[in-house]
Ligand binder design. Structure first.
Ligand SMILES: [Zn+2]
Length: 317
């Protein structure tokens, strides 16, 4: 079972999926830090989803969590208008994206895990960026976003990760994690699995951007986690050819079944907002590049069809 903003779907309905995108981010602290982190136009984001759907996209994950500019009501409307399945996130982002006195830092562990669980079981809040969240809609989150910022799960993050782990264990929802470096990857896998979150319910994001070392990626994927790669069409980091080398390293080592793809979009990467590429970049360009480089369509189907079903499903509790 997969839990979208319009309700549950079965694995056959998921189809081609990108596992870490941003369709909407309300103007707030994120925007003050990076002006690319602001998209709040229902028409533009819907148009982007229609491009995605025309190219063959069926589903995606919106990785903006509660209280951090997530626009859950817009996700519902955009999904309805475009026909694209959207899996929304509860959980938390990097601490830098919240004001110091944010409720996220004040709540106790059990209050936080309860809030994350409520969003998965009963519905998401549409407020809470600054004040305590109060307004809830019926659309439910389907995944728990987490994030670290270079020091692994240190004292400042322990409470947040403990709450996310508890919510994942109780609901069966997967945890995805934003990483900044190698240390983060090791620490997150260790911390979550030590709390008995199954490795198969953990998705590590951005390792292809955060730490470019094929041997290390193989070492991490051995733990049984999924790696979500999204440094695709992001030429300030590296070329698509370099990205393909990483993918081929994992395929050759037998880990094609643990790879997910995404674009981690911002307004600078969504064509409807004037961005350099579009949500359809993987479908319209990157898949061709992978095929030309010798990656089989079987592997590409694993990354975009089969692996998302396993990684994004709500596991039996
Ligand atoms: Zn992201």
């Amino acid at each position: 079972m997969l839990q979208t903003v319009l309700g549950d779907i079965n694995e056959k309905e998921l189809g081609y999926s990108q596992c870490h995108e941003h369709l909407f981010i309300r103007k707030g602290k994120s925007y003050n830090i990076n002006q690319a982190l602001y998209m709040d136009d229902l028409d533009k984001s819907t148009r982007e989803l229609l491009l995605y759907r025309t190219a063959g996209g069926k589903s995606l994950v919106d990785a903006q969590p509660v209280g951090c500019g997530r626009m859950a009501d817009y996700l519902v409307q955009a999904s309805r208008k475009s026909g694209v399945n959207i899996i929304a996130s509860t959980g938390f982002h990097k601490r830098m994206f919240y004001n110091e006195n944010h409720w996220l830092f004040k709540k106790k562990t059990d209050e936080l895990s309860r809030l994350f669980m409520d969003e998965i079981l009963y519905g998401m809040y549409i407020d809470g960026d600054n004040e305590q969240p109060l307004l809830r809609i019926g659309a439910r989150a389907g995944i728990i976003k987490t994030a670290v910022e270079g020091n692994g799960v240190d004292e400042k993050y322990k409470k947040l990760f403990t709450a996310a782990a508890e919510a994942s264990i109780q609901t069966g929802a997967p945890i995805m994690c934003h990483l900044d470096n190698r240390k983060d990857a090791i620490s997150v896998v260790h911390f979550l699995t030590s709390l008995r979150v199954p490795a198969s319910n953990i998705i590590l994001c951005h390792l292809d951007r955060a730490f470019y070392d094929p041997a290390f990626h193989i070492e991490i994927v051995r733990a049984g986690v999924y790696l979500e790669y999204d440094t695709i069409g992001r030429f300030k980091y590296h070329s698509d050819e370099k990205e393909i080398e990483l993918l081929m390293g994992l395929i050759d080592s037998g880990y094609a079944s643990q790879i997910l793809l995404g674009l981690d979009t911002t307004n600078q990467r969504l064509s409807s907002y004037g961005g350099a590429i579009g949500l359809d970049y993987i479908l319209n360009e990157f898949i061709d590049k992978m095929l030309k480089a010798g990656i089989s369509s079987h592997s590409i189907n694993s990354f975009t069809l089969d692996n998302p079903v396993k990684a994004l499903s709500i596991k039996k509790r």
